[in-house]
Design a protein. Structure first.
Ligand code: G6P
Length: 615
């Protein structure tokens, strides 16, 4: 994790780097630091805390002059979050300054070797080892900075996106990538470096995304030279035109990114099916799927791998795919899949789901599946991300940048893509009746309007949040395709309000969680009008009999559950398979309001990060 930003050019580097770090705080926010070169000496400031804390520290201790600099916002891996462990880290001579996102796994042995050669270390970080290793190689081999970086990176094991400069050659930044993302923005007489393009979007739309095992030497007045770290070969780097705009990464009048992103769902669900779903013609067009449709229709099995919220989207897909395609589906945590010895055959299809496209465990699971001959299909939100490039084919969600750490719109757009895939595979395979197929196409087109209607309950949900905000525990129940929604609802609450919450299949409640129910226990039940309605009503009765408090998500106009529940949150009627796209909405709002009322940092919850690029 961690966010890195660098600048070299003719402007003042400080405001660019500070604003850039604020945009990258979703990647980590336990400490931050900046190093600027003012032409004479290095101005370095670091602190535990967020980027605003860094700004305050900078105001006290350094001059902010200089048109070259690097900055970092951290999610600690090696060494606790404190001022000393914060990046940037300097080499022993003070000449080299480095920021790093990732982990150097063999740092301990490298450190011992450097200590034997007389190096000393101030921090507990692997990064300080790397910057001194580069310094030592530069000295011993008498090579330029770029070459020293290359030799050093061939000695390290791990993952990295790094940026560094030498105060003796301040017109040059050196960057490299393996496993963690790194984008280079190319302006006029200026260059930007960042973990994603958001820090430089208002300055340039031209960017190079480094591939794994590539490094670049960025020198003022020259073209960016990209090389392979392993064999030094020059790479013809592709300059991409960015589509991102500033509005997409700002709060747009909302108090939090999370709320903005919840409210964006009608639009981004539509963006995700726009041009792909032609309901009146009965057509679904997904380029990546169409090109490989026979692989899917002939597949023996689909294995879905993902982490976190994306894993919940995978669980929803299991129900939908099995229903419409009749292909057996297994859903696996990427972190478990990669470390067991999974049986994978060439007739298996692996679908990897990842908002960021950078999650380390998902990436490793993809590599394993590919090695064993499976065809791997990616569903990612971030265009050009590592997972989108590592997979054989795939479909993007079009959720736009998701900045709130708790995932919302990524989840519903992932389900939108997975729903279209299942419908199309089912149609080609002949596993879904044509009338059913047509019905779901038409109903999917109505979902954005239904989400808007569900969002209208916001004030009512806020009132419910006020009643339950001090509860110590919550139970979330759902059945069938809404069981994963219960898991996701519980995860949202845990993530941002730090209230313990558990998601459970409603019927399974009897086998354990029922023991927890008393008059202090709010139970959120997804009880919409569907096949299991009667069964869920019975589950609600069981909770009532034990004095539990029921907050139910119901279909508009419901009277039966409404009569039993303490509170209801309504969503419009839609076919059961599509209900997760709606039932999720009130649960997102409920957790949001509880966290706000508890005065928690909704967009940057403690200990979490948006994109987990370490295992
Ligand atoms: C982190 C985030 C979650 C996300 C998970 C998987 O834990 O905080 O919101 O669901 O990673 O991320 P991915 O980018 O692979 O979907």
């Amino acid at each position: 994790m961690c966010g890195i930003v660098g600048y070299i050019g003719n402007k003042q580097a400080y405001p660019i780097i500070i604003n850039g770090l604020k945009r990258l705080e979703y990647r980590g926010y336990d400490s931050a630091g900046i190093a600027l070169f003012d032409g004479k000496k290095i101005q370095l400031s670091k602190t535990k805390g967020k980027v605003v804390d860094l700004e305050a520290r900078v105001a006290e201790e350094i001059e902010t002059k200089g048109s070259v600099g690097i900055g970092h916002t951290r999610w600690a891996t090696h060494g606790i979050p404190n001022d000393v462990n914060s990046h940037p880290h300097c080499s022993n001579s003070g000449d080299l300054v480095l920021i790093h996102n990732g982990i150097i796994e063999n740092y301990a042995s490298l450190k011992t070797e450097l200590i034997n050669r007389g190096y000393t270390f101030k921090s507990d970080t692997d990064t300080e080892v790397l910057v001194n290793l580069i310094e030592e190689i530069k000295k011993q081999e008498d090579v330029k900075l770029g070459k020293a970086v290359q030799i050093a990176l061939n000695q390290v094991v791990g993952a990295y996106a790094i940026a560094l400069f030498d105060i003796k050659k301040p017109n040059e930044l050196v960057v490299a990538k393996l496993g963690s993302p790194l984008a280079i923005g190319i302006g006029e007489d200026e260059f930007f470096v960042a973990s994603d393009a958001s820090p430089f979007i208002e300055f340039t739309k031209d960017a190079i995304y480094l591939e794994d095992e590539e490094m670049a030497i960025i020198r003022l007045g020259r073209e960016v030279r990209v090389r392979k770290i392993k064999n030094d070969k020059l790479v013809n780097a592709n300059i991409q035109k960015l589509k991102l705009n500033l509005e997409q990464i700002e709060k747009g009048g909302y108090d939090h990114f999370m709320l903005k992103e919840i409210y964006e769902q009608p639009t981004v669900i539509k963006d995700t099916y726009r041009g792909r779903l032609l309901a009146n013609k009965g057509i679904i067009k997904l380029g990546g799927l169409d090109d490989n449709i026979s692989r899917f229709t002939n597949a023996d099995r689909i294995i879905i791998i993902a982490c976190g919220t994306s894993w919940h989207a995978g669980l929803v897909a299991e129900y939908i795919f099995e229903e419409w395609t009749r292909i057996p589906v297994e859903v696996e945590y990427a972190s478990e899949f990669r470390y067991r010895n999974p049986i994978i055959t060439e007739k298996d299809i692996v679908i990897a789901i990842s908002q960021s496209g950078e999650t380390a465990d998902t990436l490793a699971a993809i590599k394993l599946a590919k090695q064993r001959g499976a065809f791997v299909y990616g569903i990612c939100n971030v265009v050009g991300s590592t997972i989108s490039r590592e997979t054989h084919s795939g479909s993007y969600t079009h959720a736009g940048p998701e900045i709130g750490v708790a995932s919302t719109k990524a989840f519903t757009t992932q389900i939108t893509v997975l729903t279209m895939m299942a419908l199309e595979i089912g149609r080609v395979k002949g596993a879904i009746a044509q009338s059913d197929y047509m019905l779901h196409l038409r109903e999917l087109e109505l979902i954005p309007g239904h989400v808007e209607a569900a969002l209208k309950s916001n004030e009512k949900i806020e009132e419910i949040a006020a009643v339950f905000k001090n509860a110590k525990n919550f139970l979330y129940l759902g059945r069938g395709v809404n069981f994963p929604v219960a898991l996701e609802g519980a995860l949202k609450l845990k993530e941002i309000s730090y209230i313990h919450a558990e998601g459970y299949p409603a019927a399974e409640m009897k086998h354990g969680p029922i023991a927890l129910i008393d008059d202090q226990m709010p139970v959120v039940v997804v009880a919409i009008n569907c096949n299991h309605y009667g069964k869920v009503v019975s589950n609600i009765e069981e909770i009532k009999a034990r004095s539990g408090k029921i907050i139910a998500v119901v279909t508009e106009g419901d009277t039966e559950v409404a009569a039993l529940a303490d509170y209801v949150m309504e969503v419009p009627d839609t076919p059961e398979t599509l209900t997760p796209l709606l039932t999720t909405i009130p649960l997102q709002l409920l957790s949001y309001h509880i966290a706000v009322m508890l005065d928690k940092n909704v967009d940057q919850p403690r200990n979490l990060a948006k994109s987990v690029t370490v295992e």
